[in-house]
Structure formats: C-alpha cells, structure tokens
Write a protein that binds this ligand. Structure first.
Ligand code: YXS
Length: 259
C-alpha cells in the first residue's frame, strides 16, 4: 500500500500521507516515499507541492514512528535518517511546499510543518513537539526550524511543555500562514498553490534557496558544535531516554530521574 498518495492538479502536486492505522507516523518507509515523491515532482518540473493528510483527519501525523526510534545509546535523529532526509527534500524542493493541516501534528511532524515554506490549517489543527515527553535530545537543525518560524520564546515553550499549540495560537505565532475553516481549507490551499504556480518558477526556486541559506546562517564555533554533540550524547545515552521509549510502548507515564 502506498504510504504517500501523489496526484497532480493543474501545476500543483498533492502528496497525501496515507497510513491512518498508524496515525500517519513518520516511519522510515513513509519518509522514504515522501522524499521520492518530492523528487518525482521536481523531475517533472512541478512548481508547487502540497503535503496533506486525508480529508478531515483527526491526526495529521503522530510524528516519528517511536517503534523505529533507535534504542538508547544511539543517535535518534541522525543526519542521514529517513525523517531528516525527507525534511531536507522539502527544503531543497525547487518550488513552494505548502502544508495543508487538519488534525493533530505531533513531534517530528511539527518539525516537518516548520520546514514547509507555507502552512495552511483549519480550526482542528494543533502542533506539539514532544522530545521532552520521551527524554529525547532534539537536533540542532530541528531547533533552528522552530526558532526561525515562531521565535525563541514560543519555540522554548513548545519544546519545554511538549503540549499541543491550538490553531488560533498557531496562527497568531506564525506556525500557520492562514487559518481557514475545515470547509474552506482545501479550496483555499489549492488557490494559494495555483497563484504561486503562475509565477516564475526560476525566481521562486532561487528566492527559496536564498531564504534557506540566509535563515540557516547561524555561525557556530567548533567548540559550540562539539558541546552540542556532547550534550545530546548525554541525553540519548540516559536512563530517561530508555524509560521514555519503554513507557510509550507500555502505554504508561514515564518516570524520569534526570539521569
Ligand atoms: O497500539 P496500536 O498497535 O494499535 O498502535 C497505536 C499506537 O501505538 C500507534 N502510534 C504510533 N506508533 C509509532 N509511533 C508513533 N508516533 C505513534 N503514534 C501512534 O498508532 C496506533 C493508534 O494510536 P492511538 O490508539 O494512540 O490513536 P489515538 O487516535 O487514540 O491517538 C492519536 C495520538 C497521535 C494522540 C496518539 O497515538 C499519540 O499520542 N501518539 C504519540 C504522539 C507522539 O508523542 N509523537 C512523537 C513521536 S517522537 C518524535 O516525533 C520526535 C522524535 S520527538 O520526540 O523529538 O518529538
């Protein structure tokens, strides 16, 4: 069964997350299919892509497939992991990538939304980033996506609480570019995509790449880089990370010890 459904409407590619039984969890397989689908649209010179869940989904995506998170003592969000590759495929797609959001967005899927160029949501959309719920050290590039989208203080609140941000607030803080009713969200998003697709694809692609290079330009000393790696290693080697994963599988609240 295809985990990503791909269709073309005029000059817009529509990619639908298609694994409702697993709440569209960003499994390695789904992320691979998402990356391949974006590359296919790129090869066919499609200028705009929409990433969505099935109509009126209660859960847009449950985030990284926890069952596939590397176990303790391994880097959980490696640079070459399928989820990270899918996020970079969105950034490198030579055209606008629009997230159309209905329902709950969890964990790494919120990072995926922050990585998209534009997000349109309806009143049911919520956004949570949840590493603190399972004792996982998020990665620097993901944190930069949030800082660039919502600013430092809201990004900190989202990461420290791990709680969903509701649609109104998500719109207020810029996670959503547009908040429209669930009846309107599909039509609105397609019209927005069509308006971008009518513009110069070369100019859009080059301006998008300039945004990426400028927004990601956070100078980091070698010492700061090494410190980040050492801090993250401490977390993914910890009891808390092991306990966080275990508690999810056992469907119980984790008991963190801070070590
Ligand atoms: O128990 P079965 O086998 O029926 O499977 C259940 C869930 O275990 C499964 N499932 C997942 N499997 C792997 N990874 C997931 N992220 C995940 N989420 C759900 O799907 C089946 C149906 O789930 P269920 O019964 O809970 O559905 P629901 O409609 O009652 O609730 C939907 C959710 C999304 C509210 C609930 O499933 C949930 O809270 N899921 C976990 C959301 C989450 O914490 N995601 C973060 C994943 S870790 C991540 O993305 C980053 C690495 S980080 O941690 O840094 O943010």
């Amino acid at each position: 069964m295809a985990l990503i459904l791909s269709e073309l409407k005029d000059r817009t590619g529509i990619l639908t997350l298609n694994n409702p039984e697993r709440r569209n969890a960003l499994s390695l397989e789904l992320c691979e299919e998402l990356r391949a689908a974006l590359e296919d649209l790129r090869d066919r010179k499609v200028p705009v892509a929409i990433i969505r869940a099935p109509r009126d989904a209660k859960v847009w995506s449950a985030g990284h497939d926890i069952k596939q998170l590397p176990q303790v003592c391994h880097e959980p969000l490696a640079y070459d992991s399928p989820m990270e590759k899918a996020l970079r495929a969105i950034q490198e797609f030579p055209g606008a990538v629009i997230a159309m959001v209905q329902g709950g967005v969890w964990g790494g899927a919120s990072d995926l939304i922050m990585t998209c160029d534009i997000a349109v949501g309806d009143e049911t959309s919520t956004f949570a980033i949840t590493p603190v719920k399972i004792g996982l050290p998020y990665n620097a590039s993901g944190i930069v996506h949030f800082i660039n989208r919502v600013g430092l203080s809201i990004a900190k609140e989202m990461f420290f609480t791990g709680e969903p941000v509701k649609a109104e607030r998500a719109y207020h803080f810029g996670i959503l570019n547009h908040l429209v009713s669930s009846k309107e969200v599909e039509r609105f998003t397609l019209e927005l995509a069509a308006s971008i697709a009518a513009n110069s694809p070369l100019a859009v692609a080059v301006i998008k790449e300039q945004f990426r290079l400028l927004a990601e330009a956070h100078p980091l000393t070698a010492d700061a880089f090494e410190r980040i790696q050492a801090l993250r290693r401490k977390v993914y080697n910890s009891h808390d990370y092991e306990e966080g994963i275990k508690a999810f599988f056992e469907k119980r609240k984790p008991v963190f010890r801070g070590e």
